[in-house]
Design a protein around this ligand. Structure first.
Ligand SMILES: Nc1ncnc2c1ncn2[C@@H]1O[C@H](COP(=O)(O)OP(=O)(O)O)[C@@H](O)[C@H]1O
Ligand SMILES: [Mg+2]
Length: 264
């Protein structure tokens, strides 16, 4: 008889420069963990959301979801962002149905875009989001994935408390690598301890070498190869994991590295 140790819940944030592949990586990770038989809550924290389609949800399915930012009372700052359901340490299953859309063991929650307090500030919604992630009671093996928006100014202490690890995506180019280092510095300043770099859009050995060189002492979890199937999958509204075996293999390596890093 083999004794299985219980799978610990995971909360992973994905950050990086705009267009670098955050949503793609989040979708691949979601599929990876689902394939492991784990429950996944994927959260699209980008004000212009695209995680839903990347996970294979249809426009009709997504039209039903009320973004967190549009939830009545949720953005009440007087309560420090913790209102209603979030005050009672909900489980993923307790999240109001209208707030999420589900497919099997996968649930998607949208942060939505907010114009708040006249200033168009995104902060109240993101602080509510962090509180939610922080207070969610996760069951054995459940995984929360946070697809963050490009900026890093929103990172705060609560982000650190709400995630176990942050993955920073970079492509084989100087700008996204510079942004990755900047994100890492800011994340460290707010106390996020587990930070791993993920290369994306890697065409071959030269790209991989460039990224490794640029990473310096930033630990690399793995690299996702450039996929010719990404465009067609996107247009067909299908999750990349089921369409591209190489992308699936690559993200399996990334996820294993993240889990190793969290148990070391
Ligand atoms: N490994 C990859 N191979 C091919 N295309 C990719 C890859 N990763 C991302 N893309 C494409 O690049 C575009 C931007 O990726 P996305 O994940 O939306 O970036 P972000 O969320 O960081 O803005 C999308 O059209 C996506 O399909
Ligand atoms: Mg995105």
């Amino acid at each position: 008889m083999r004794l299985e140790s219980p799978l610990r819940p995971l909360r992973i944030a994905v950050a990086g420069k705009g267009g670098v592949g955050k949503t793609t990586l989040t979708s691949l990770l979601a599929s990876h963990f689902l394939a492991q038989g784990r429950g996944v809550l994927a959260i699209d924290a980008d004000p212009s959301p695209c995680l839903g389609p990347a996970l294979g949800f249809t426009a009709d399915e997504l039209a039903e979801v009320v973004p967190l930012s549009a939830m009545e009372g949720v953005l009440d700052e007087r309560s420090g962002g913790r209102t209603g359901v979030f005050r009672m340490n909900p489980t993923v299953a307790d999240l109001p149905d209208k707030l999420t859309v589900a497919k099997g063991a996968l649930r998607l929650l949208l942060l939505g875009s907010v114009e708040h307090g006249g200033g168009g500030c995104f902060c109240p919604a993101s602080s509510v989001l962090r509180e939610l992630v922080r207070h969610l009671m996760l069951k054995e093996g459940e995984v929360v994935l946070l697809d963050l928006y490009a900026g890093v100014e929103h990172l705060g202490r609560a982000t650190a408390d709400s995630v176990d690890a942050m993955l920073v995506v970079a492509g084989p180019n100087p700008r996204s690598i510079a942004t990755a280092h900047q994100v890492r510095r800011m994340a460290q300043e707010v106390g996020i301890e587990r930070l791993l770099l993920v290369g994306n859009g890697i065409r071959g050995a030269e790209d991989a070498a460039y990224l490794m060189e640029g990473a310096g002492d930033f630990e690399i979890a793995g690299m996702i190869r450039l996929s010719a199937k990404a465009g067609p999958a996107e247009r067909a509204g299908r999750a990349l994991y089921g369409v591209d075996r190489r992308a699936a293999m690559d993200v399996d390596v990334v996820a294993a590295a993240v889990e190793r890093s969290l148990t070391s």
